[in-house]
Design a protein around this ligand. Sequence first.
Ligand code: ARG
Length: 458
Amino acid sequence: MTLWSGRFGEGPSEELLAFTVSLPFDRRLAADDLEGSRAHVRGLGRVGVLTNDEVAILIAALDHVGEELAHGIFKFLDSDEDVHTAVERRVTEIAGAAGAKLHTGRSRNDQVATALRLFAKRELNETARRVMALQRVLHERAVAAEDCYLPGYTHMQRAQPVLLAHHLLAHGWALARDVDRLLATVHRLDVSPLGAGALAGSSLPLDPDAVADDLGFRARFENSLDAVSDRDFVAEALFDLALLGVHLSRIGEEVVLWSTEEFGFLRLHDAFATGSSMLPQKKNPDVAELARGKAGRLIGHLTGLLTTLKGLPLAYNRDLQEDKEPLFDALDQVKLALAALAGLLATAVFDVERMQAAADTESSAAVDLAEWLVVKGTPFRDAHAIVGGLVRDSIERHVPLSELVEAHPALGAEALPLLEPGSAVGRRTSPGSAGPGPVAEQVNRFADRLARDEERLA
Ligand code: ARG
């Protein structure tokens, strides 16, 4: 029996059911659906649409269904189109006449939007928590990295040495923006649609403000049409997760590069690497590669939902049922990726010697030579040309840069200490820069930020 059988002479075809059911995936909303229903019932009781007895019977039945679901003994039927139908069917079986009053003044349209918002609130908060776990690993590794440095790259060409801690925290700050975005999305979606009915509200004396309050939402909807049509919050969540996925992908890409024999900056722990079925010598960075690869899928979920929403007329259309699978999958994939990357980064071994040797090329101090000339009064553009010329000479004539510096009238032996191994990174002294002083300060600021975000999440 469907919820709408009164209007129909015949039941739905098998083909229709197979195509339209959402139960296989939306059963994940069961607990949130129950919570929404309890608040709805209490609301109906407060305004006198249900008697106290009916409220008690319905709440007991909803609790009973909750128990059955929690213990895995809830029996879904083939005819249950979605989780909301299944719960209402079971409540009616348990509560009899009162059960038939559960859906008073409510539509699945406001019901499903309510459950999905409750779900998204909790899940996005949980995702933010897991992002912070990865941030904590980056922070710990940054502290442990002390004064280790490596080349910083632009265009994948060695540019200037940076502290390893600086490089790790660069990813940490990107993740801090992800946490911020997730929390902002939670704030915006924290609005109850319950009471919007199918699209136009109700002739019954509903009190959506009180119901919103009961459910812990910070506000109720302003417009019933918007309330049942709005999936901005899912699109925003998918964007947040896609961008977070892009950040994880960029970390993954660097792990892949750094763990190559060519770079050799990082060795993966056995527990976070894979082998080859054919090549006995291989140790592969599959976790990092999948962190990179999943981003494609996450971006796909975002563009998929935006395409579904584009051009939808008000108010509810069944197209909106397509909001759930991408959201569920994006949350699942991001959570798995966060945990795996956190483990990988916590256990990887950095090869400090390889990193520092790669950074200790004479030309990585080129801009320092130019800035040394600037301090002596040479305009920067001229200084840049002088040092650029020396680097070109050094490459073309196979002469060490230091020899040319020493022989240059504007530079000379006085400038040679600039080329000493390990010295360049120490000259990065400006706020927010890559040298030991500013990075020590940054590490503390990052720890403060983590502590503040933890409070926001608590
Ligand atoms: N399973 C549906 C969804 O997720 C429930 C809403 C169906 N509403 C309707 N009017 N057909 O959107």
